[in-house]
Design a protein around this ligand. Structure first.
Ligand code: BYC
Length: 316
């Protein structure tokens, strides 16, 4: 039996090395399956919790056009959550189980959504920085070894690109409006810069999941390389807008041709991912309440499905 598993594992590793895609009915090591369940469900949770900081501004958008765009963006995030939950379900975990893990605090979701959105400029900042960071991470992961996740990410990235553009347009408009608009953008940038860098996770040396995930091509690049790519792109965009990156240690390294930053506050990161960030309690409470209040919808959908099944059985 164990010889058999060793053979299957060898064959699996060969398929990964040759760049083949793994599909739900293929044999896979237990740990490959459990890492994917963890990663994809956390990503799904991030999408639906990520609706809350922006949802907070739908009723306060400054014009009808802005309101429609924000509403559509928040709905897109719900759609991303659905693609991702469906993708995780192919690994043999139910949606109810995943929701249970989120609502009891067992599963994580992206740290960035535990910060408040205090000004309209934050809607621009989320599009520019948060979607910008997500695109860098997800376009890389869209080439990962697990088929359903890779396909979900391709669709998600297309929509995220649009989200980033609408965020940048909000920022450009505020900056062009004069000193007050620009100050609002700078204040928001000061609050979002460091939490966005944290989105990429701990340094590679402190990332316990990276070795397995990279061996199996779930992750194709390390946390630090992707974070650096984001920094190099974003610092120059900020400068083009005349914004100041809130980091006195920021300097351009002529040899590596890249931007070096000060150190991230890892104590803050660890507090946020262990449930003690500025909005963790609020986000989970809102999510749990929405889930409880939606019970009747799930019940009605199940009853409808059962009725439909019964009538198609009778017709046969
Ligand atoms: N936040 O070993 P590591 C979006 C945890 S949503 C919270 O490096 P890994 C959007 C990590 O889970 C974008 N937790 O982990 C939506 C692990 O703990 P566990 C969301 C974090 O998995 C709405 C521990 O720290 N994107 O685009 O190798 C509006 C050690 O870390 C974080 C994704 O989910 C964090 N930032 O790498 C707008 C992308 N970082 O699970 C936009 C997919 C680390 O062992 N996810 N942890 O208890 C990933 O690429 C990876 O999960 C990470 C972490 C790079 C984030």
């Amino acid at each position: 039996m164990s010889e058999n598993i060793a053979m299957m594992e060898e064959q699996f590793n060969r398929r990964i090395a040759e760049g083949e895609t793994i599909e739900p009915n293929d044999w896979m090591p237990d740990k490959y399956r459990s890492q994917l369940k963890r990663l994809i469900s956390q990503h799904a949770h991030s999408e639906i919790i990520g609706m809350l900081p922006e949802g907070n501004w739908i009723t306060r958008a400054p014009s009808l056009r802005r309101k429609l765009a924000l509403l559509a963006k928040v709905q897109d995030e719900a759609g991303h959550g659905h693609y991702l939950y469906s993708s995780a379900e192919t690994l043999g975990i139910s949606r109810e189980e995943m929701f249970g893990q989120l609502h009891t605090g067992k599963a994580k979701y992206s740290s960035i959504f535990n910060y408040p959105t205090l000004a309209w400029a934050d809607m621009g900042m989320i599009g520019w920085l948060v979607d910008g960071a997500a695109i860098i991470n997800q376009t890389t992961m869209a080439k990962c070894s697990y088929g359903p996740y890779s396909r979900a990410l391709l669709r998600i990235c297309k929509e995220e690109n649009f989200h980033k553009k609408q965020g940048m347009e909000i920022i450009a408009t505020l900056i062009a409006s004069g000193e007050q608009g620009k100050a609002m953008v700078q204040e928001s940038f000061n609050r979002f810069w460091w939490p966005t860098l944290m989105m990429f996770g701990p340094h590679d040396a402190n990332s316990p999941n990276s070795p397995d995930m990279m061996k199996w091509k779930i992750k194709l690049k390390g946390n630090d390389e992707l974070r650096q790519r984001f920094i190099d792109m974003t610092v120059e965009q900020a400068q083009a807008w005349g914004l100041t990156v809130p980091d006195p240690k920021l300097r351009f390294n002529e040899q590596t041709r890249s931007w070096e930053t000060g150190e991230i506050d890892w104590n803050e990161f660890n507090a946020v991912i262990s449930g003690n960030g500025p909005c963790n309690h609020e986000r989970l409470n809102v999510r749990r309440t929405a889930h409880d209040q939606g019970a009747w919808v799930r019940e009605a959908a199940r009853a409808y499905e059962a009725k439909h099944r019964r009538s198609s059985e009778t017709a046969e």
